[in-house]
Design a binder for this molecule. Sequence first.
Ligand code: GLA
Length: 384
Amino acid sequence: MIANAKDYEYAVTAAGRINVIGEHIDYCGGKVLPAALSLGNTVYIRRNGTDRINLAWTDVPDRISLDIGKLESYKGVKYADYFAACAYVLQRAGRPVLGCDVLSDCRVPFGSGLSSSAAIEVSFTAALLTIAGERIDPVEIALYALKAEREYVGMNCGVMDQYASACGKKGMAMLLDCATLDCEYVPVELGDYTFVIANSNKPHSLVVSKYNERRAESEAALAEINAYIPAEHLATISTEEFERVAPLMTPILAKRARHVVYETKRVAEATEAMKKGDVSTLGALLRASHDSLRDLYEVTGRELDALADAANAYPHCAGSRMTGGGFGGSTISLVRKDKVEEFRAFVAERYTAAIGYAPTFYEAEIEEGIKIMRNSECGMRNAE
Ligand code: GLA
């Protein structure tokens, strides 16, 4: 824990996440199956009685001071824009935004595909509401954070990351209907198996523009389908309906839609498999999801493919797939608990041989979304 935690009034943490399955489905109005992680972002915060938000970070030397009267003017400012975005969204919604000193401690590696940005947005939004003495409603915070990401940062994402970061529960995955925000918590009980997270360490580039392009393609695909079938969301079209219209569609849009329609089916099957503790079915679905993201949705890339291939070649891995938006980032693999060390060595060797640099593995549990601690408790954490 950081040395000067006790100088702040509150420590507010929000989680990073994995998505077990249901990738690029949230903005298509379907169900996804994420889980919040013990890797999170913690915002240490105290009121300062001024009209400024003073930002500092544990891992970068920059210090940036935001004028609460000019919150719209920090777009694109490195490190600060996510914070300005959240304060701006709250202010526009008529919620109080008080002057404060902030120290942000991010334990979700940037560019890992584990939603560092959602963890920052959710923790800071919750922190601002906390110092203003406002009620904390995790769903409402997720929606503010989503607005910040879409309208200020410029990534036209779905609701999954912010929802998972805010509403996660220990030991549970969330079967989240992204059209209605109905959520069923599903225990992650995998018997002798556990999820292993591996970061491909691919340098980040063009992720936002490629993501926004896929989203536009999914909307174009729905528009083509709507010429034959009335449906509000791409993810609610059945596989039978899709197969009838697929030959009539623009080929690239049919590929994108095929991923969405069949991935949605896999989410339902994977949830059933998880409820039954049927690891081999779940693993097969993870593999099928990765193949579809590689061949149909085309969001994996050489690095994620090499990482998933290496994992899938390991005998005690039931299945592996990319998790998150793709174009780099991480995989999750279902691995026998007593073989995790051997698995890591096996995957690291193959991946490094194929790509030229090593992956990173993370230790993480499935955890609560938002955690708020008062000063004395920060001190206790500090003393750990
Ligand atoms: C990113 C986005 C999410 C979701 C995933 C893909 O993480 O932020 O909204 O679309 O990609 O499933």
